[in-house]
Design a protein around this ligand. Structure first.
Ligand code: CTP
Length: 398
């Protein structure tokens, strides 16, 4: 029998603290051992005895009163396969972001090398405060996994953002993190993402509405599954993901050059970028003035097809392309599989509301093995499903 995994559950001072009892129960039902640490403020809402009885382990609150253990924060930190703080108050989020270790929970979090997941809960103004949002950005950029918050009626009587995510959602996210397979360990993955901007003059460009979200979600998921990831990104407003080498580029030509070296070393290459097919033949040295012109013509020349250029000499690299189509989705995707020498095409229908800039997406996976249709899902869930399909196809064909 494999050893039972341990979740260290941190509970902070918030009305939603009582829901941590249900989170604890949910994790136990899923087969995990749970050990609880509470802040002093949390004990104002739920007594440690409740968590002690439910978890069957003593609950840590104070730094220095655990009998026989002079360093309880280190002991607990070492036990964790996952460190989950639910609910996480604005104060705890601020402490995590700044490395403040002034009680047992924050000290254990700092000492813990296991993945950290937080489920924020607070008043909506506290959630939207710039300080909290800056702290959240810092934590996300470090790879902290965040569940919620949800929108709804808050304890203070307001309606808005800041409600603790549903217990089932927290438990499901924790289970997923605990069972995440490291099936990409040791693999090099290169991903292109975002749009390219093709300069017209020093201040103008031709671009597109790609947000880069799909590529960034794939990069993050591949990294969580153990891969060494290089992300070659056109201009986006997204934060560089923690632990991933990001090569920032602007134009298609720059993207091609920045992708060559990581592609040569890649086991898997995923081309999600929405590359401009054409660029102005020449870039004006100075800003183009209207100067009474009643017509302005731009001469465009084709950009290199980055995917096709690199996949022509792909060796053992598993190559994945994207196809954004408005009609005959599968037919065009099958055509691109062959013409671009790809192993898998992720095809999506961008004629409706899904695709560029949207949070959700619907895709078909097209390979020589056939076509698999996936449900509409978030770009994060899709990233996981696409990596599963890539690994399955590699296993089936190699
Ligand atoms: N792609 C690329 N370089 C380009 C154009 C596209 O690497 N210059 C990649 C995209 O990242 C995507 C795939 O090729 O993975 C498909 O791109 P798409 O724009 O859908 O197809 P095109 O080949 O440009 O064909 P069309 O515009 O006719 O649909």
């Amino acid at each position: 029998m494999t050893e039972q995994k341990t979740v260290v559950l941190g509970v902070t001072g918030c009305i939603a603290a009582y829901k941590a009892c249900e989170v604890l129960r949910g994790l136990q039902k899923a087969g995990y051992q749970v050990k609880v640490i509470m802040t002093k403020h949390a004990t104002e809402f739920v007594g440690p005895t409740t968590f002690h009885a439910l978890s069957q382990f003593p609950v840590g609150v104070e730094m220095f009163d655990e009998a026989g253990d002079p360093v309880p924060h280190i002991t607990r930190a070492k036990e964790a396969d996952l460190f989950l703080i639910a609910p996480a108050t604005a104060n705890m989020i601020a402490k995590l972001a700044h490395g403040i270790a002034d009680d047992l929970l924050s000290s254990t979090a700092l000492a813990c090398t296991a993945p950290l997941m937080i489920a924020p809960a607070m008043n909506e103004h506290m959630w939207h405060d710039t300080a909290t949002q800056d702290n959240m950005r810092t934590l996300r950029a470090r790879g902290v996994q965040v569940v919620g918050p949800a929108t709804g009626y808050l304890a203070c009587g307001d309606h808005g953002d800041g409600k603790l995510a549903e217990v089932d959602e927290i438990v499901a996210a924790a289970c997923e993190a605990l069972e995440r397979q490291l099936d990409l360990a040791g693999k090099n993955v290169v991903i292109t993402a975002g749009p390219t901007y093709e300069a017209i003059d020093p201040v103008r460009f031709i671009g597109n509405r790609s947000s880069g979200k799909s590529g960034y979600a794939l990069a993050r998921e591949a990294q969580l599954r153990g891969a060494k990831v290089t992300l070659v990104a056109g201009p986006t407003s997204l934060e560089d993901p923690y632990g991933i080498e990001v090569r920032h580029v602007t134009s298609a030509n720059e993207m091609l050059e920045a992708t060559r070296e990581p592609f040569a070393a890649a086991d898997i290459a995923i081309f999600t970028a929405a590359v401009a097919d054409f660029r102005p033949e020449s870039v004006a040295e100075g800003k183009i003035k209207k100067g009474g012109k009643d017509r302005l013509e731009l001469e465009l020349v084709p950009n290199p097809d980055i995917l096709k250029t690199l996949a022509a000499d792909k060796g053992d690299t598993f190559v994945v392309g994207y196809a954004a189509e408005t009609q005959n989705v599968l037919q065009y995707a099958k055509g691109k599989l062959v013409s671009k020498n790809a192993d898998l095409i992720v095809a999506n229908d961008v004629s409706g509301t899904l695709g560029f800039g949207s949070a959700d997406n619907k895709v078909w996976l097209v390979s020589q093995e056939g076509v698999v249709e996936l449900d509409v899902m978030s770009k994060e869930a899709l990233a996981s499903a696409i990596l599963d399909a890539i690994m399955d196809t590699i296993d089936a064909t190699r």
